[in-house]
Design a protein around this ligand. Structure first.
Ligand SMILES: *Cc1c(COP(=O)(O)O)cnc(C)c1O
Length: 353
Protein backbone atom coordinates (compact mmCIF):
# COMPACT_ATOMS: atom_id res chain seq x y z
CA UNK A 1 0.00 0.00 0.00
CA UNK A 2 1.19 3.52 -0.67
CA UNK A 3 2.37 5.62 2.22
CA UNK A 4 -0.59 7.24 3.95
CA UNK A 5 -0.53 10.82 5.17
CA UNK A 6 -2.19 10.96 8.56
CA UNK A 7 -4.50 13.82 9.51
CA UNK A 8 -2.94 16.32 11.89
CA UNK A 9 -4.66 18.55 14.43
CA UNK A 10 -2.14 21.16 15.52
CA UNK A 11 -1.62 21.97 19.17
CA UNK A 12 -2.93 25.51 19.74
CA UNK A 13 -0.86 25.90 22.86
CA UNK A 14 2.58 24.44 22.00
CA UNK A 15 5.10 24.23 24.82
CA UNK A 16 8.27 24.02 22.77
CA UNK A 17 9.08 27.75 22.99
CA UNK A 18 8.83 27.62 26.81
CA UNK A 19 10.81 24.44 27.15
CA UNK A 20 14.36 24.62 28.45
CA UNK A 21 16.39 22.01 26.59
CA UNK A 22 19.07 22.25 29.28
CA UNK A 23 16.72 20.77 31.85
CA UNK A 24 15.62 17.58 30.19
CA UNK A 25 14.79 14.69 32.49
CA UNK A 26 14.31 11.27 30.93
CA UNK A 27 10.66 10.21 30.74
CA UNK A 28 9.19 13.40 32.22
CA UNK A 29 8.85 15.80 29.30
CA UNK A 30 6.76 15.13 26.22
CA UNK A 31 6.39 16.91 22.91
CA UNK A 32 3.31 18.84 21.71
CA UNK A 33 1.68 16.05 19.68
CA UNK A 34 0.95 12.33 19.82
CA UNK A 35 0.01 9.60 17.35
CA UNK A 36 -3.19 7.64 17.99
CA UNK A 37 -4.97 4.71 16.28
CA UNK A 38 -7.85 2.45 17.34
CA UNK A 39 -8.35 -1.22 16.52
CA UNK A 40 -11.82 -2.66 16.16
CA UNK A 41 -13.31 -5.53 14.14
CA UNK A 42 -9.93 -6.39 12.68
CA UNK A 43 -9.14 -2.94 11.27
CA UNK A 44 -7.10 0.06 12.37
CA UNK A 45 -9.10 3.30 12.29
CA UNK A 46 -9.28 6.85 13.70
CA UNK A 47 -5.60 7.18 12.83
CA UNK A 48 -4.41 10.69 13.58
CA UNK A 49 -1.80 13.01 15.01
CA UNK A 50 -3.23 15.34 17.64
CA UNK A 51 -2.21 17.54 20.55
CA UNK A 52 -0.56 15.64 23.42
CA UNK A 53 -3.24 15.26 26.07
CA UNK A 54 -4.72 12.86 28.63
CA UNK A 55 -6.90 10.09 27.19
CA UNK A 56 -10.27 8.87 28.46
CA UNK A 57 -10.73 5.22 29.41
CA UNK A 58 -13.71 3.33 30.74
CA UNK A 59 -12.91 2.20 34.32
CA UNK A 60 -13.61 -1.39 33.23
CA UNK A 61 -11.04 -1.22 30.39
CA UNK A 62 -9.21 -4.54 30.15
CA UNK A 63 -5.75 -2.96 30.38
CA UNK A 64 -6.50 -1.58 33.85
CA UNK A 65 -7.33 -5.01 35.25
CA UNK A 66 -5.40 -7.71 33.41
CA UNK A 67 -2.37 -5.91 32.07
CA UNK A 68 -2.82 -6.48 28.34
CA UNK A 69 -0.31 -3.80 27.37
CA UNK A 70 2.99 -3.70 25.49
CA UNK A 71 5.52 -1.00 24.61
CA UNK A 72 8.76 -0.17 22.82
CA UNK A 73 11.61 2.28 23.35
CA UNK A 74 13.49 3.79 20.40
CA UNK A 75 15.68 6.84 19.84
CA UNK A 76 15.87 9.47 17.10
CA UNK A 77 18.79 11.86 16.64
CA UNK A 78 19.87 14.90 14.73
CA UNK A 79 23.16 13.70 13.32
CA UNK A 80 26.33 15.66 12.55
CA UNK A 81 25.07 16.31 8.99
CA UNK A 82 21.89 17.89 10.36
CA UNK A 83 19.73 14.94 9.25
CA UNK A 84 16.98 13.43 11.43
CA UNK A 85 17.52 9.71 11.90
CA UNK A 86 15.95 6.83 13.85
CA UNK A 87 18.03 3.87 15.10
CA UNK A 88 16.78 0.50 13.75
CA UNK A 89 13.00 1.01 14.18
CA UNK A 90 12.35 -2.08 12.01
CA UNK A 91 13.77 -4.22 14.83
CA UNK A 92 11.45 -2.61 17.35
CA UNK A 93 8.47 -3.28 15.08
CA UNK A 94 9.41 -6.98 14.90
CA UNK A 95 9.75 -7.16 18.68
CA UNK A 96 6.53 -5.20 19.24
CA UNK A 97 4.62 -7.75 17.21
CA UNK A 98 6.38 -10.64 18.98
CA UNK A 99 5.18 -9.11 22.26
CA UNK A 100 1.70 -8.62 20.74
CA UNK A 101 1.44 -12.30 19.78
CA UNK A 102 2.45 -13.44 23.28
CA UNK A 103 -0.11 -11.10 24.87
CA UNK A 104 -2.82 -12.13 22.35
CA UNK A 105 -2.98 -8.63 20.87
CA UNK A 106 -3.25 -7.70 17.16
CA UNK A 107 -0.11 -7.09 15.12
CA UNK A 108 0.60 -3.46 14.27
CA UNK A 109 1.42 -2.97 10.58
CA UNK A 110 4.52 -1.16 9.38
CA UNK A 111 2.47 1.69 7.90
CA UNK A 112 1.20 2.54 11.37
CA UNK A 113 4.31 1.87 13.45
CA UNK A 114 7.07 3.22 11.21
CA UNK A 115 5.12 5.77 9.17
CA UNK A 116 3.27 7.00 12.24
CA UNK A 117 6.57 7.51 14.02
CA UNK A 118 8.19 9.24 11.05
CA UNK A 119 5.32 11.67 10.50
CA UNK A 120 5.03 12.46 14.20
CA UNK A 121 8.79 13.07 14.50
CA UNK A 122 8.78 15.17 11.34
CA UNK A 123 6.15 17.41 12.91
CA UNK A 124 8.11 17.54 16.19
CA UNK A 125 11.60 17.82 14.74
CA UNK A 126 12.38 21.02 16.62
CA UNK A 127 12.01 18.97 19.80
CA UNK A 128 15.03 16.83 18.93
CA UNK A 129 17.81 18.04 21.24
CA UNK A 130 21.04 18.88 19.45
CA UNK A 131 23.45 18.72 22.38
CA UNK A 132 25.97 15.88 22.36
CA UNK A 133 24.50 12.56 23.52
CA UNK A 134 20.96 13.93 23.51
CA UNK A 135 18.11 12.32 21.59
CA UNK A 136 14.38 12.12 21.11
CA UNK A 137 12.97 9.11 22.93
CA UNK A 138 10.12 7.39 21.09
CA UNK A 139 7.56 5.39 23.08
CA UNK A 140 5.08 3.36 20.99
CA UNK A 141 2.60 1.35 23.06
CA UNK A 142 -0.68 -0.54 22.80
CA UNK A 143 -3.41 -1.07 25.40
CA UNK A 144 -6.53 -3.27 25.59
CA UNK A 145 -9.60 -1.01 25.74
CA UNK A 146 -12.62 -3.34 25.99
CA UNK A 147 -14.97 -2.22 28.79
CA UNK A 148 -15.38 -5.80 30.03
CA UNK A 149 -14.22 -7.58 33.20
CA UNK A 150 -14.16 -11.11 31.83
CA UNK A 151 -10.66 -12.57 31.48
CA UNK A 152 -10.38 -12.87 27.72
CA UNK A 153 -8.49 -11.06 24.98
CA UNK A 154 -9.87 -7.59 24.38
CA UNK A 155 -11.68 -6.99 21.08
CA UNK A 156 -10.55 -3.36 20.89
CA UNK A 157 -7.14 -1.74 21.32
CA UNK A 158 -5.49 1.65 21.22
CA UNK A 159 -2.03 2.11 19.67
CA UNK A 160 -0.18 5.32 20.48
CA UNK A 161 3.22 6.94 20.03
CA UNK A 162 4.50 9.65 22.34
CA UNK A 163 7.86 11.43 22.15
CA UNK A 164 10.10 12.96 24.78
CA UNK A 165 13.38 14.85 24.49
CA UNK A 166 16.06 12.90 26.30
CA UNK A 167 19.16 14.52 27.74
CA UNK A 168 22.76 13.44 27.70
CA UNK A 169 21.83 10.37 29.71
CA UNK A 170 24.57 10.38 32.27
CA UNK A 171 24.68 6.85 33.54
CA UNK A 172 26.77 6.76 36.67
CA UNK A 173 28.66 3.47 37.02
CA UNK A 174 26.32 1.05 38.80
CA UNK A 175 26.54 -1.14 41.87
CA UNK A 176 24.77 -4.41 41.17
CA UNK A 177 23.50 -7.21 43.38
CA UNK A 178 23.14 -10.74 42.01
CA UNK A 179 19.52 -11.67 42.79
CA UNK A 180 19.13 -14.92 44.73
CA UNK A 181 15.41 -14.94 45.55
CA UNK A 182 13.18 -13.12 43.06
CA UNK A 183 12.83 -13.81 39.33
CA UNK A 184 12.15 -11.62 36.32
CA UNK A 185 11.26 -14.32 33.80
CA UNK A 186 10.61 -18.03 33.52
CA UNK A 187 10.88 -20.39 30.54
CA UNK A 188 7.42 -20.45 28.95
CA UNK A 189 6.61 -17.10 30.56
CA UNK A 190 6.64 -13.59 29.14
CA UNK A 191 10.21 -12.45 29.79
CA UNK A 192 10.96 -12.02 26.08
CA UNK A 193 8.01 -9.63 25.67
CA UNK A 194 7.98 -5.92 26.51
CA UNK A 195 4.66 -6.13 28.34
CA UNK A 196 3.77 -3.90 31.26
CA UNK A 197 3.56 -6.57 33.96
CA UNK A 198 7.22 -7.56 33.67
CA UNK A 199 8.23 -4.11 34.82
CA UNK A 200 5.68 -3.82 37.61
CA UNK A 201 6.91 -7.16 38.95
CA UNK A 202 10.54 -6.01 38.97
CA UNK A 203 9.98 -2.97 41.21
CA UNK A 204 9.88 -4.66 44.61
CA UNK A 205 13.09 -6.73 44.28
CA UNK A 206 14.95 -3.70 42.89
CA UNK A 207 13.77 -1.50 45.79
CA UNK A 208 14.99 -4.13 48.27
CA UNK A 209 18.40 -4.09 46.57
CA UNK A 210 18.42 -0.27 46.71
CA UNK A 211 17.86 -0.40 50.47
CA UNK A 212 21.03 -2.48 50.68
CA UNK A 213 22.94 0.21 48.78
CA UNK A 214 22.80 -1.17 45.24
CA UNK A 215 21.53 0.53 42.08
CA UNK A 216 20.22 -2.51 40.25
CA UNK A 217 19.83 -6.27 40.23
CA UNK A 218 21.56 -8.86 38.08
CA UNK A 219 18.69 -11.26 37.43
CA UNK A 220 19.36 -14.98 37.52
CA UNK A 221 17.42 -17.97 36.16
CA UNK A 222 14.13 -18.90 37.84
CA UNK A 223 14.97 -22.55 38.55
CA UNK A 224 18.28 -22.36 40.40
CA UNK A 225 19.43 -18.70 40.49
CA UNK A 226 22.56 -20.09 38.95
CA UNK A 227 22.77 -18.49 35.49
CA UNK A 228 22.81 -14.74 34.92
CA UNK A 229 20.23 -13.12 32.62
CA UNK A 230 19.91 -9.30 32.60
CA UNK A 231 20.82 -6.18 34.57
CA UNK A 232 17.61 -4.35 35.46
CA UNK A 233 16.04 -3.46 32.11
CA UNK A 234 19.27 -3.84 30.14
CA UNK A 235 21.00 -6.76 28.56
CA UNK A 236 24.33 -7.56 30.14
CA UNK A 237 27.80 -8.25 28.77
CA UNK A 238 30.84 -9.64 30.58
CA UNK A 239 34.48 -9.57 29.53
CA UNK A 240 36.27 -12.61 30.89
CA UNK A 241 39.81 -13.41 29.79
CA UNK A 242 39.49 -11.12 26.77
CA UNK A 243 36.25 -12.67 25.49
CA UNK A 244 32.86 -11.00 25.56
CA UNK A 245 30.13 -13.24 26.98
CA UNK A 246 26.42 -12.44 26.99
CA UNK A 247 23.52 -14.68 28.12
CA UNK A 248 21.83 -16.44 25.21
CA UNK A 249 18.19 -15.87 24.26
CA UNK A 250 17.41 -19.60 24.10
CA UNK A 251 15.21 -20.01 27.16
CA UNK A 252 13.02 -17.00 26.31
CA UNK A 253 13.91 -15.38 29.63
CA UNK A 254 16.16 -12.66 28.23
CA UNK A 255 14.76 -9.75 26.25
CA UNK A 256 16.09 -9.59 22.70
CA UNK A 257 17.60 -6.11 22.91
CA UNK A 258 18.27 -4.13 19.76
CA UNK A 259 21.34 -2.64 21.47
CA UNK A 260 22.45 -6.16 22.41
CA UNK A 261 22.15 -7.33 18.80
CA UNK A 262 23.92 -4.21 17.46
CA UNK A 263 26.67 -4.59 20.07
CA UNK A 264 27.34 -8.23 19.17
CA UNK A 265 27.66 -7.30 15.48
CA UNK A 266 29.96 -4.33 16.16
CA UNK A 267 32.14 -6.11 18.72
CA UNK A 268 32.73 -8.98 16.28
CA UNK A 269 33.62 -6.48 13.53
CA UNK A 270 36.05 -4.84 15.94
CA UNK A 271 37.76 -8.22 16.25
CA UNK A 272 36.46 -9.40 19.63
CA UNK A 273 35.21 -12.90 20.30
CA UNK A 274 31.57 -12.76 21.45
CA UNK A 275 29.93 -15.81 22.98
CA UNK A 276 26.15 -16.07 23.46
CA UNK A 277 25.70 -18.79 26.03
CA UNK A 278 24.75 -19.71 29.58
CA UNK A 279 27.02 -18.02 32.09
CA UNK A 280 26.89 -19.16 35.70
CA UNK A 281 27.51 -17.10 38.82
CA UNK A 282 30.11 -19.71 39.76
CA UNK A 283 32.03 -19.14 36.52
CA UNK A 284 31.95 -15.38 37.16
CA UNK A 285 33.20 -15.67 40.74
CA UNK A 286 35.91 -18.16 39.75
CA UNK A 287 37.08 -15.86 36.94
CA UNK A 288 37.17 -12.96 39.39
CA UNK A 289 39.27 -14.94 41.87
CA UNK A 290 41.74 -15.75 39.09
CA UNK A 291 41.87 -12.08 38.04
CA UNK A 292 40.28 -12.84 34.65
CA UNK A 293 36.99 -10.95 35.08
CA UNK A 294 37.75 -7.65 33.34
CA UNK A 295 34.54 -5.80 32.51
CA UNK A 296 30.78 -5.87 33.03
CA UNK A 297 28.34 -3.49 31.39
CA UNK A 298 24.65 -3.14 30.53
CA UNK A 299 23.41 -2.41 27.00
CA UNK A 300 20.01 -0.89 26.15
CA UNK A 301 18.37 1.98 24.29
CA UNK A 302 18.01 4.32 27.28
CA UNK A 303 21.61 4.49 28.53
CA UNK A 304 23.24 2.69 25.54
CA UNK A 305 26.30 1.30 27.40
CA UNK A 306 26.32 1.46 31.23
CA UNK A 307 29.41 0.43 33.13
CA UNK A 308 29.18 -1.56 36.35
CA UNK A 309 31.64 -0.59 39.08
CA UNK A 310 30.65 -3.22 41.61
CA UNK A 311 29.02 -6.64 41.46
CA UNK A 312 28.05 -8.49 44.64
CA UNK A 313 27.30 -12.17 45.08
CA UNK A 314 26.01 -12.40 48.66
CA UNK A 315 29.04 -11.28 50.73
CA UNK A 316 31.53 -11.62 47.89
CA UNK A 317 32.17 -8.17 46.39
CA UNK A 318 33.75 -7.68 42.96
CA UNK A 319 35.01 -4.15 42.22
CA UNK A 320 35.91 -2.83 38.78
CA UNK A 321 38.06 0.02 37.58
CA UNK A 322 35.90 1.91 35.08
CA UNK A 323 38.99 3.52 33.53
CA UNK A 324 40.17 0.08 32.47
CA UNK A 325 36.95 -0.84 30.66
CA UNK A 326 38.44 -0.79 27.19
CA UNK A 327 35.79 -2.82 25.38
CA UNK A 328 32.76 -1.08 26.91
CA UNK A 329 34.21 2.30 25.98
CA UNK A 330 35.14 1.27 22.45
CA UNK A 331 31.62 -0.10 21.91
CA UNK A 332 30.01 3.06 23.23
CA UNK A 333 32.13 5.21 20.91
CA UNK A 334 31.42 3.00 17.88
CA UNK A 335 27.65 3.17 18.43
CA UNK A 336 27.88 6.93 18.94
CA UNK A 337 29.79 7.49 15.69
CA UNK A 338 27.37 5.41 13.64
CA UNK A 339 24.36 7.21 15.06
CA UNK A 340 25.87 10.65 14.56
CA UNK A 341 26.77 9.86 10.94
CA UNK A 342 30.49 10.24 11.72
CA UNK A 343 31.10 6.72 10.50
CA UNK A 344 29.72 4.81 7.53
CA UNK A 345 26.42 3.11 8.36
CA UNK A 346 27.38 -0.22 6.77
CA UNK A 347 24.37 -2.10 8.08
CA UNK A 348 21.80 0.55 7.12
CA UNK A 349 20.69 0.94 10.72
CA UNK A 350 19.86 4.63 10.51
CA UNK A 351 16.44 5.42 9.04
CA UNK A 352 16.10 8.97 7.74
CA UNK A 353 12.97 10.97 8.39
C1 LIG B 1 14.00 -2.87 26.51
C2 LIG B 1 14.77 -3.84 27.32
C3 LIG B 1 16.11 -4.15 27.06
C4 LIG B 1 16.93 -3.41 26.05
O1 LIG B 1 16.47 -3.52 24.75
P1 LIG B 1 16.89 -2.44 23.65
O2 LIG B 1 16.15 -2.86 22.44
O3 LIG B 1 18.35 -2.52 23.49
O4 LIG B 1 16.46 -1.13 24.19
C5 LIG B 1 16.72 -5.15 27.80
N1 LIG B 1 16.05 -5.80 28.78
C6 LIG B 1 14.77 -5.52 29.08
C7 LIG B 1 14.09 -6.29 30.15
C8 LIG B 1 14.10 -4.53 28.37
O5 LIG B 1 12.84 -4.24 28.67
Amino acid sequence: MSTPTFPVTKNKNPQLAHFNMDEIAFGKNFTDHMFVADYENGVWKNVEIKPYSPITLDPSSAVLHYGQTIFEGIKAFKNDKGEFVIFRPDQNLIRFNTSATRMEMPAVPEWLFIEGMKQLIHLEKDWIPTKPDSSLYIRPFMIATDPYLGVRPSLTYKFMIILGPSGPYFSAPMKILIEQKYTRATPGGVGFAKNGGNYGASLHPVELAKKKGFDQILWTDANEHKYVEEVGVMNVMFVIDGKVITPSLERGTVLKGVTRDSSIILLREMGYVVEERNLSVEEIVTAHKKGLFQEIFGVGTAAVVSMVKQLAHEDYIMDFDIDKMVIAKALKQELHEIRMGMKEDKHHWMVKI
